[in-house]
Design a binder for this molecule. Structure first.
Ligand code: GLA
Length: 407
Protein backbone atom coordinates (compact mmCIF):
# COMPACT_ATOMS: atom_id res chain seq x y z
CA UNK A 1 0.00 0.00 0.00
CA UNK A 2 2.71 2.39 1.04
CA UNK A 3 4.67 1.46 -2.05
CA UNK A 4 1.73 2.17 -4.30
CA UNK A 5 1.28 5.57 -2.75
CA UNK A 6 4.98 6.30 -3.14
CA UNK A 7 4.93 5.13 -6.76
CA UNK A 8 1.93 7.31 -7.48
CA UNK A 9 3.64 10.30 -5.96
CA UNK A 10 6.74 9.69 -8.05
CA UNK A 11 4.61 9.30 -11.17
CA UNK A 12 2.78 12.53 -10.34
CA UNK A 13 6.10 14.33 -9.93
CA UNK A 14 7.47 12.98 -13.19
CA UNK A 15 4.34 13.70 -15.20
CA UNK A 16 3.38 17.07 -13.84
CA UNK A 17 6.03 18.74 -11.78
CA UNK A 18 9.21 17.97 -13.67
CA UNK A 19 8.00 19.25 -17.03
CA UNK A 20 7.08 22.50 -15.31
CA UNK A 21 10.60 22.89 -14.06
CA UNK A 22 12.53 21.60 -17.04
CA UNK A 23 10.82 22.64 -20.25
CA UNK A 24 8.57 25.36 -18.87
CA UNK A 25 7.23 27.51 -21.67
CA UNK A 26 4.52 30.05 -22.22
CA UNK A 27 0.89 28.97 -22.33
CA UNK A 28 0.40 28.14 -25.98
CA UNK A 29 -2.51 29.10 -28.17
CA UNK A 30 -3.79 32.11 -26.21
CA UNK A 31 -3.19 34.59 -29.05
CA UNK A 32 -3.64 32.75 -32.34
CA UNK A 33 -4.82 36.06 -33.78
CA UNK A 34 -3.57 39.44 -32.46
CA UNK A 35 -5.13 40.21 -29.04
CA UNK A 36 -7.91 42.81 -29.02
CA UNK A 37 -8.84 44.94 -26.05
CA UNK A 38 -8.41 48.24 -24.24
CA UNK A 39 -5.67 49.63 -21.99
CA UNK A 40 -5.82 52.59 -19.61
CA UNK A 41 -2.41 54.16 -20.20
CA UNK A 42 -2.67 56.23 -23.39
CA UNK A 43 -5.66 58.24 -22.19
CA UNK A 44 -5.68 57.99 -18.39
CA UNK A 45 -1.99 57.45 -17.50
CA UNK A 46 -1.88 56.94 -13.69
CA UNK A 47 -5.51 57.96 -13.11
CA UNK A 48 -7.02 54.50 -12.79
CA UNK A 49 -9.55 53.18 -10.30
CA UNK A 50 -12.13 50.42 -10.11
CA UNK A 51 -15.01 52.69 -11.11
CA UNK A 52 -13.26 53.54 -14.38
CA UNK A 53 -12.46 49.89 -15.13
CA UNK A 54 -16.06 48.82 -14.49
CA UNK A 55 -17.39 51.62 -16.68
CA UNK A 56 -14.95 50.70 -19.44
CA UNK A 57 -16.13 47.07 -19.27
CA UNK A 58 -19.73 48.32 -19.53
CA UNK A 59 -18.80 50.53 -22.49
CA UNK A 60 -16.98 47.73 -24.25
CA UNK A 61 -20.28 45.89 -24.41
CA UNK A 62 -22.61 48.86 -25.09
CA UNK A 63 -20.39 50.42 -27.78
CA UNK A 64 -20.31 47.25 -29.87
CA UNK A 65 -16.61 46.71 -29.24
CA UNK A 66 -17.21 43.34 -27.61
CA UNK A 67 -19.25 42.22 -30.61
CA UNK A 68 -16.43 43.44 -32.86
CA UNK A 69 -13.99 41.11 -31.06
CA UNK A 70 -12.45 43.19 -28.25
CA UNK A 71 -11.99 41.12 -25.08
CA UNK A 72 -9.26 42.42 -22.75
CA UNK A 73 -9.82 45.26 -20.28
CA UNK A 74 -6.27 46.04 -19.24
CA UNK A 75 -5.27 48.17 -16.27
CA UNK A 76 -1.85 49.68 -16.89
CA UNK A 77 0.48 51.25 -14.34
CA UNK A 78 -0.54 52.64 -10.93
CA UNK A 79 -3.15 50.10 -9.78
CA UNK A 80 -0.67 48.81 -7.19
CA UNK A 81 -0.53 49.75 -3.55
CA UNK A 82 2.13 48.29 -1.27
CA UNK A 83 3.20 44.70 -0.57
CA UNK A 84 1.79 43.20 2.63
CA UNK A 85 3.94 41.77 5.45
CA UNK A 86 4.20 38.45 3.54
CA UNK A 87 5.28 40.17 0.33
CA UNK A 88 1.96 39.84 -1.49
CA UNK A 89 1.14 42.74 -3.80
CA UNK A 90 -2.06 44.57 -2.91
CA UNK A 91 -4.00 47.05 -5.06
CA UNK A 92 -4.07 50.71 -4.06
CA UNK A 93 -6.75 50.58 -1.33
CA UNK A 94 -8.22 53.97 -2.19
CA UNK A 95 -8.51 53.34 -5.89
CA UNK A 96 -9.49 49.67 -5.75
CA UNK A 97 -11.32 49.29 -2.42
CA UNK A 98 -13.29 46.21 -3.56
CA UNK A 99 -10.11 44.37 -4.52
CA UNK A 100 -8.97 42.81 -7.76
CA UNK A 101 -10.85 39.52 -7.48
CA UNK A 102 -14.17 41.39 -7.36
CA UNK A 103 -13.09 43.48 -10.36
CA UNK A 104 -12.11 40.38 -12.33
CA UNK A 105 -15.47 38.80 -11.47
CA UNK A 106 -17.26 41.92 -12.75
CA UNK A 107 -15.32 41.94 -16.01
CA UNK A 108 -15.74 38.18 -16.51
CA UNK A 109 -19.49 38.39 -15.94
CA UNK A 110 -19.62 40.60 -19.06
CA UNK A 111 -17.86 37.93 -21.11
CA UNK A 112 -14.64 39.98 -21.06
CA UNK A 113 -11.15 39.41 -19.66
CA UNK A 114 -9.02 41.38 -17.23
CA UNK A 115 -5.42 42.45 -17.69
CA UNK A 116 -2.93 43.94 -15.24
CA UNK A 117 0.49 45.51 -15.55
CA UNK A 118 3.77 44.97 -13.75
CA UNK A 119 7.45 45.50 -14.33
CA UNK A 120 10.54 43.28 -14.41
CA UNK A 121 12.42 45.81 -12.27
CA UNK A 122 12.07 46.74 -8.63
CA UNK A 123 9.71 49.59 -9.43
CA UNK A 124 7.29 50.21 -12.29
CA UNK A 125 7.77 53.16 -14.61
CA UNK A 126 5.21 55.00 -12.46
CA UNK A 127 7.13 54.23 -9.25
CA UNK A 128 4.86 51.46 -7.90
CA UNK A 129 6.29 48.14 -6.63
CA UNK A 130 7.77 46.05 -9.46
CA UNK A 131 7.91 42.25 -9.60
CA UNK A 132 11.67 41.78 -9.33
CA UNK A 133 12.27 39.06 -6.73
CA UNK A 134 8.52 38.44 -6.39
CA UNK A 135 7.83 36.92 -9.81
CA UNK A 136 6.37 33.56 -8.68
CA UNK A 137 4.44 35.17 -5.84
CA UNK A 138 2.97 37.83 -8.14
CA UNK A 139 2.06 35.28 -10.81
CA UNK A 140 0.23 33.21 -8.16
CA UNK A 141 -1.56 36.32 -6.95
CA UNK A 142 -2.69 37.30 -10.47
CA UNK A 143 -3.89 33.73 -11.08
CA UNK A 144 -5.84 33.72 -7.80
CA UNK A 145 -7.50 37.01 -8.75
CA UNK A 146 -8.52 35.61 -12.15
CA UNK A 147 -6.26 37.83 -14.28
CA UNK A 148 -6.09 36.91 -17.97
CA UNK A 149 -3.36 39.19 -19.40
CA UNK A 150 -0.12 40.60 -18.03
CA UNK A 151 1.75 43.51 -19.59
CA UNK A 152 5.28 43.42 -18.18
CA UNK A 153 7.36 46.58 -18.43
CA UNK A 154 11.10 47.26 -18.36
CA UNK A 155 11.75 50.30 -16.11
CA UNK A 156 14.22 50.17 -13.19
CA UNK A 157 15.76 46.88 -14.28
CA UNK A 158 19.38 47.95 -13.60
CA UNK A 159 21.69 45.25 -14.98
CA UNK A 160 19.03 42.57 -15.53
CA UNK A 161 19.32 40.46 -18.64
CA UNK A 162 16.12 41.02 -20.64
CA UNK A 163 15.58 37.51 -21.97
CA UNK A 164 16.30 36.04 -18.54
CA UNK A 165 13.97 38.43 -16.74
CA UNK A 166 11.06 37.79 -19.12
CA UNK A 167 11.74 34.04 -19.01
CA UNK A 168 11.48 34.09 -15.22
CA UNK A 169 8.04 35.67 -15.35
CA UNK A 170 6.97 33.36 -18.17
CA UNK A 171 7.92 30.36 -16.03
CA UNK A 172 6.17 31.91 -13.04
CA UNK A 173 2.94 32.38 -15.00
CA UNK A 174 3.10 28.83 -16.24
CA UNK A 175 3.71 27.48 -12.74
CA UNK A 176 0.77 29.52 -11.42
CA UNK A 177 -1.46 27.34 -13.58
CA UNK A 178 -3.79 29.92 -15.15
CA UNK A 179 -3.66 30.74 -18.87
CA UNK A 180 -2.48 34.38 -18.95
CA UNK A 181 -1.48 36.22 -22.12
CA UNK A 182 2.05 37.53 -21.59
CA UNK A 183 2.78 40.91 -23.19
CA UNK A 184 6.46 41.88 -23.17
CA UNK A 185 6.92 45.65 -22.92
CA UNK A 186 10.64 45.99 -23.35
CA UNK A 187 10.46 48.67 -26.10
CA UNK A 188 12.60 46.66 -28.53
CA UNK A 189 15.86 47.57 -26.76
CA UNK A 190 17.12 43.95 -26.61
CA UNK A 191 15.51 42.69 -29.83
CA UNK A 192 12.70 40.69 -28.18
CA UNK A 193 11.55 39.56 -31.64
CA UNK A 194 14.62 37.29 -31.67
CA UNK A 195 13.78 35.50 -28.40
CA UNK A 196 10.23 36.44 -27.39
CA UNK A 197 8.19 33.83 -29.29
CA UNK A 198 8.79 31.04 -26.76
CA UNK A 199 8.38 33.37 -23.78
CA UNK A 200 5.33 35.50 -24.51
CA UNK A 201 2.54 36.20 -26.95
CA UNK A 202 3.50 39.73 -28.03
CA UNK A 203 6.38 42.12 -27.57
CA UNK A 204 6.64 45.87 -27.95
CA UNK A 205 8.94 46.80 -30.81
CA UNK A 206 9.43 50.51 -29.98
CA UNK A 207 9.27 53.19 -27.35
CA UNK A 208 5.91 54.74 -26.48
CA UNK A 209 3.42 55.96 -29.05
CA UNK A 210 2.17 59.57 -28.99
CA UNK A 211 -1.18 60.79 -30.31
CA UNK A 212 0.21 62.45 -33.42
CA UNK A 213 0.43 61.17 -36.96
CA UNK A 214 3.88 62.39 -37.87
CA UNK A 215 6.02 63.70 -35.02
CA UNK A 216 8.69 62.84 -32.47
CA UNK A 217 8.33 64.07 -28.89
CA UNK A 218 11.66 64.41 -27.14
CA UNK A 219 11.70 63.96 -23.34
CA UNK A 220 15.47 64.32 -22.98
CA UNK A 221 16.49 60.74 -22.23
CA UNK A 222 13.75 59.16 -24.37
CA UNK A 223 11.38 59.89 -27.25
CA UNK A 224 7.83 59.00 -27.95
CA UNK A 225 6.76 58.47 -31.51
CA UNK A 226 4.00 59.33 -33.96
CA UNK A 227 2.13 56.78 -36.06
CA UNK A 228 4.34 57.10 -39.14
CA UNK A 229 7.53 56.92 -37.08
CA UNK A 230 6.38 53.67 -35.45
CA UNK A 231 5.18 52.30 -38.78
CA UNK A 232 8.61 52.81 -40.33
CA UNK A 233 10.30 50.96 -37.46
CA UNK A 234 8.26 47.78 -38.14
CA UNK A 235 9.70 47.19 -41.60
CA UNK A 236 12.62 44.88 -40.71
CA UNK A 237 10.57 42.86 -38.20
CA UNK A 238 7.76 41.26 -40.13
CA UNK A 239 9.31 37.81 -40.41
CA UNK A 240 9.22 37.46 -36.62
CA UNK A 241 5.44 37.81 -36.23
CA UNK A 242 2.81 35.10 -36.56
CA UNK A 243 0.06 33.27 -34.70
CA UNK A 244 0.68 33.34 -30.93
CA UNK A 245 3.75 35.63 -31.21
CA UNK A 246 3.16 39.16 -32.44
CA UNK A 247 5.15 42.31 -32.96
CA UNK A 248 3.43 45.01 -30.88
CA UNK A 249 3.80 48.55 -32.31
CA UNK A 250 2.06 49.86 -29.13
CA UNK A 251 -1.49 50.53 -28.08
CA UNK A 252 -3.69 52.65 -30.29
CA UNK A 253 -4.27 56.41 -30.15
CA UNK A 254 -7.53 56.30 -32.12
CA UNK A 255 -9.93 58.78 -30.49
CA UNK A 256 -7.18 60.59 -28.59
CA UNK A 257 -6.98 63.80 -30.62
CA UNK A 258 -5.83 63.08 -34.17
CA UNK A 259 -8.11 63.89 -37.11
CA UNK A 260 -10.65 61.32 -38.27
CA UNK A 261 -8.56 60.63 -41.38
CA UNK A 262 -5.44 60.12 -39.26
CA UNK A 263 -7.29 57.82 -36.87
CA UNK A 264 -8.62 55.83 -39.83
CA UNK A 265 -5.12 55.57 -41.33
CA UNK A 266 -3.59 54.61 -37.96
CA UNK A 267 -6.18 51.86 -37.43
CA UNK A 268 -5.83 50.56 -41.01
CA UNK A 269 -2.06 50.40 -40.73
CA UNK A 270 -2.19 48.55 -37.41
CA UNK A 271 -4.51 46.03 -39.10
CA UNK A 272 -2.13 45.73 -42.07
CA UNK A 273 0.66 45.01 -39.57
CA UNK A 274 -1.35 42.26 -37.81
CA UNK A 275 -0.80 44.35 -34.68
CA UNK A 276 -2.55 43.75 -31.38
CA UNK A 277 -5.61 46.04 -31.40
CA UNK A 278 -5.57 47.55 -27.94
CA UNK A 279 -7.68 50.73 -27.86
CA UNK A 280 -6.19 53.54 -25.78
CA UNK A 281 -9.02 56.08 -25.70
CA UNK A 282 -11.92 56.80 -23.35
CA UNK A 283 -14.37 54.31 -24.81
CA UNK A 284 -17.11 55.56 -22.45
CA UNK A 285 -17.33 58.76 -24.48
CA UNK A 286 -16.54 58.08 -28.12
CA UNK A 287 -17.61 60.10 -31.13
CA UNK A 288 -19.59 58.14 -33.75
CA UNK A 289 -16.53 58.40 -36.02
CA UNK A 290 -14.22 56.85 -33.42
CA UNK A 291 -16.71 54.06 -32.73
CA UNK A 292 -17.05 53.38 -36.43
CA UNK A 293 -13.29 53.11 -36.87
CA UNK A 294 -12.68 50.87 -33.87
CA UNK A 295 -15.56 48.50 -34.65
CA UNK A 296 -15.24 48.25 -38.44
CA UNK A 297 -15.68 44.52 -38.96
CA UNK A 298 -14.17 44.26 -42.44
CA UNK A 299 -11.04 46.17 -41.50
CA UNK A 300 -10.67 44.21 -38.25
CA UNK A 301 -10.96 40.99 -40.28
CA UNK A 302 -7.75 41.97 -42.08
CA UNK A 303 -5.96 42.20 -38.73
CA UNK A 304 -7.50 38.98 -37.46
CA UNK A 305 -6.90 36.92 -40.59
CA UNK A 306 -5.90 33.42 -39.42
CA UNK A 307 -2.72 33.30 -41.51
CA UNK A 308 -1.31 36.02 -39.25
CA UNK A 309 1.04 37.49 -41.85
CA UNK A 310 2.37 40.97 -41.03
CA UNK A 311 1.96 43.19 -44.08
CA UNK A 312 4.77 44.75 -46.08
CA UNK A 313 5.35 47.91 -48.04
CA UNK A 314 5.26 46.82 -51.65
CA UNK A 315 5.61 50.09 -53.61
CA UNK A 316 6.40 53.72 -52.96
CA UNK A 317 4.86 56.22 -55.36
CA UNK A 318 6.01 59.62 -54.10
CA UNK A 319 4.02 60.37 -50.94
CA UNK A 320 1.88 57.29 -51.44
CA UNK A 321 3.01 53.98 -49.97
CA UNK A 322 1.31 50.75 -50.97
CA UNK A 323 1.06 48.20 -48.16
CA UNK A 324 -0.08 44.65 -48.87
CA UNK A 325 -1.04 41.81 -46.54
CA UNK A 326 -1.60 38.27 -47.83
CA UNK A 327 -4.86 36.84 -46.45
CA UNK A 328 -6.40 33.39 -46.31
CA UNK A 329 -8.28 32.03 -49.38
CA UNK A 330 -5.72 33.68 -51.68
CA UNK A 331 -7.12 37.10 -50.93
CA UNK A 332 -5.00 40.20 -50.39
CA UNK A 333 -5.44 43.42 -48.43
CA UNK A 334 -3.99 46.50 -50.12
CA UNK A 335 -3.67 49.82 -48.32
CA UNK A 336 -2.66 53.03 -50.11
CA UNK A 337 -1.27 55.39 -47.46
CA UNK A 338 -0.91 59.10 -48.17
CA UNK A 339 1.92 60.32 -45.94
CA UNK A 340 1.47 63.92 -47.00
CA UNK A 341 -1.09 66.40 -45.70
CA UNK A 342 -2.55 67.13 -49.13
CA UNK A 343 -4.75 64.84 -51.23
CA UNK A 344 -2.87 62.73 -53.78
CA UNK A 345 -4.09 61.17 -56.97
CA UNK A 346 -3.27 57.49 -57.36
CA UNK A 347 -3.19 55.65 -60.66
CA UNK A 348 -2.24 52.03 -60.15
CA UNK A 349 -2.10 49.58 -63.03
CA UNK A 350 -2.41 46.17 -61.38
CA UNK A 351 -1.15 44.34 -64.46
CA UNK A 352 2.18 46.14 -64.20
CA UNK A 353 2.50 45.63 -60.44
CA UNK A 354 2.76 41.96 -59.54
CA UNK A 355 3.21 41.40 -55.81
CA UNK A 356 5.40 38.79 -54.26
CA UNK A 357 6.30 38.16 -50.65
CA UNK A 358 9.41 36.11 -49.94
CA UNK A 359 8.56 35.84 -46.21
CA UNK A 360 5.17 34.16 -46.66
CA UNK A 361 6.13 32.71 -50.03
CA UNK A 362 3.08 33.90 -51.93
CA UNK A 363 2.70 35.95 -55.08
CA UNK A 364 -0.06 37.72 -56.94
CA UNK A 365 0.24 38.19 -60.70
CA UNK A 366 -2.68 40.30 -61.89
CA UNK A 367 -2.01 39.46 -65.55
CA UNK A 368 -2.71 35.80 -64.81
CA UNK A 369 -5.53 36.13 -62.26
CA UNK A 370 -8.21 38.74 -61.96
CA UNK A 371 -9.42 39.87 -58.53
CA UNK A 372 -12.59 41.61 -57.40
CA UNK A 373 -11.92 44.74 -55.38
CA UNK A 374 -13.82 45.87 -52.31
CA UNK A 375 -13.34 49.26 -50.68
CA UNK A 376 -13.33 48.22 -47.02
CA UNK A 377 -14.02 51.57 -45.36
CA UNK A 378 -16.84 52.39 -47.79
CA UNK A 379 -18.10 48.78 -47.68
CA UNK A 380 -18.53 48.93 -51.48
CA UNK A 381 -17.48 46.85 -54.46
CA UNK A 382 -14.92 48.79 -56.48
CA UNK A 383 -14.35 46.99 -59.79
CA UNK A 384 -11.63 44.48 -60.58
CA UNK A 385 -7.89 44.35 -61.10
CA UNK A 386 -8.60 44.11 -64.85
CA UNK A 387 -8.56 47.91 -65.11
CA UNK A 388 -6.11 50.36 -63.52
CA UNK A 389 -7.20 51.85 -60.21
CA UNK A 390 -7.76 55.61 -60.20
CA UNK A 391 -8.46 57.28 -56.89
CA UNK A 392 -7.74 60.31 -54.76
CA UNK A 393 -6.43 59.59 -51.26
CA UNK A 394 -6.93 62.41 -48.75
CA UNK A 395 -4.10 63.92 -46.71
CA UNK A 396 -2.91 61.60 -43.91
CA UNK A 397 -5.55 59.11 -45.02
CA UNK A 398 -5.76 55.69 -46.64
CA UNK A 399 -7.62 53.78 -49.29
CA UNK A 400 -7.99 50.24 -48.01
CA UNK A 401 -9.00 47.44 -50.37
CA UNK A 402 -9.57 43.73 -50.23
CA UNK A 403 -8.81 41.74 -53.38
CA UNK A 404 -10.56 38.39 -53.80
CA UNK A 405 -9.80 35.99 -56.67
CA UNK A 406 -12.55 36.01 -59.30
CA UNK A 407 -14.05 32.59 -59.85
C1 GLA B 1 6.12 52.56 -20.15
C2 GLA B 1 5.33 51.75 -21.16
C3 GLA B 1 3.97 52.39 -21.37
C4 GLA B 1 3.22 52.47 -20.04
C5 GLA B 1 4.07 53.21 -19.01
C6 GLA B 1 3.46 53.11 -17.62
O1 GLA B 1 6.42 53.82 -20.64
O2 GLA B 1 6.02 51.66 -22.37
O3 GLA B 1 3.20 51.68 -22.33
O4 GLA B 1 2.94 51.16 -19.61
O5 GLA B 1 5.39 52.68 -18.94
O6 GLA B 1 4.21 53.77 -16.66
Amino acid sequence: MKNTLFNNLVLFAVLFLLPLQAGAQKYKGLALTPPMGWNSWNHFACNVDEKLIREVADAMVSSGMKDAGYRYVNIDDCWQGARDSMGFIRPDPERFPSGMKALADYVHAKGLKLGVYSDAGWKTCGGRPGSRGYEYQDALTYAAWGVDYLKYDWCNTDALNAKGAYLTMSHALEAAGRPIVFSLCEWGDNKPWEWGAEIGHLWRTTGDIYHCFDCVVNYGTWNSWGVLQILDMQKPLRQYAGPDHWNDPDMMEVGNGMSVAEDRAHFSLWCMLAAPLIAGNDIRKMSPETTEILTHQEVIAVDQDPLGIQGLMSRKLGDIEVYVKPLSDNALAVCFLNRSKVPQEVVFDWSKNPISDAVSNVSYDFRKNEYSIRDLWLKKEAGTTGTPLKAVVGGHDVLMLKLTPKK
